[in-house]
Design a protein around this ligand. Sequence first.
Ligand SMILES: [Zn+2]
Length: 386
Amino acid sequence: MARKKITPVEIKNNNRKQIYDYIYKHGKVSQNDIAAALRLSRPTIATNVAELEEDGLIFKDGQQDSDQIGRKAAAYSIAADYRIAIGVELTGHHIKVIPVDLYGRKLSRTVWNETFINTDEYYSKACSCIKEVIDSLDVSDERILGVGIAMQGLVSPDGNTIIYGKIMNCTGVTIDKFTEHLNYRCTFIHDPEGAALSELWASPELNSAVYLSMSEHLGGAMIVNRNVFRGRSGHSATFEHIQIDPNGKQCYCGKKGCFETVLSMKALLDGREADEFFDAVRSGSEPEKAKWQEYLKNLAIMIDGIHLVNDIDYILGGHLAPYFTEEDIKILYDNIRRICPFEEEDGYIKISKMPSHNINIGAALPYIKEFLDNPDNLRPERSEQQ
Ligand SMILES: [Zn+2]
């Protein structure tokens, strides 16, 4: 079998990417540092560093001591805003827009109080909000990688259609509602998937896990080998609609007694503020304590059920996650131990590392990841000269 020949351009691209990745990972590095870490010749490093700098991908970021006494060497860092992606979250009452840089860092955050209605007027308004944020960045259009739009709805695998949007009554909405106003790539993202992508970004050691998003509504995402598993038609990990009680409360999906009706914040708080509810729980008020214990019992049933299927870690995320104490997690393990047929070490339940703005940032991250993964993106001006 003939092996595919690597062309000189590919070798050059790979060298460039290795150098860029090293600077990205370590920051403020000199050519000496790069030479010590990578198996590349000095001239190769010098040429690539010069080109990366000329193209604006990296910049001179101060100086470093060199091995020659009395001489300083230039240090380089990547230009984190060389490309920017926009994360948008549309909820029942808000439009939130966060641009993020190549490190997945939030550049700003703007929120509009705007009630969601599935009309052209609403989408036009949402797009003008997005445009306003992009304009405020004052960068050329090619620096905007794309706009990720997170919504409370299931999304088709291609990211172009909301295939199930009962909470927001937006089933069937297509991405052209946005692309007709915005001259950028746009894609929908199911909100817990955005949260899971943020979690992956913040946790390089994370491999596979179930992400539970416990916010006003319950949601989930399955992380498998550092990817979010979407399933055949886009409804993977919709744990919220597993029925726990056929005679339970009505769920928005039409069924009764889904986990949504006992484990969403809406079900737990019943209109109260989370801070106030947990103040009551922690100060020992009986009705709230009993309600919280009941919640931890039901959560144990759900975690145990899913854990029997996949035997991986659990990340508790969403707006409820920061309220969990160590004691709550201990109770959760005890509850699970009572119903699980297997003896198991604790340690598989974790609290989210990205409690704030995770859905917005996660909606932008696929564009950042795509940019960083493709070596061709690192030679913008030179691609025609092949
Ligand atoms: Zn349901």
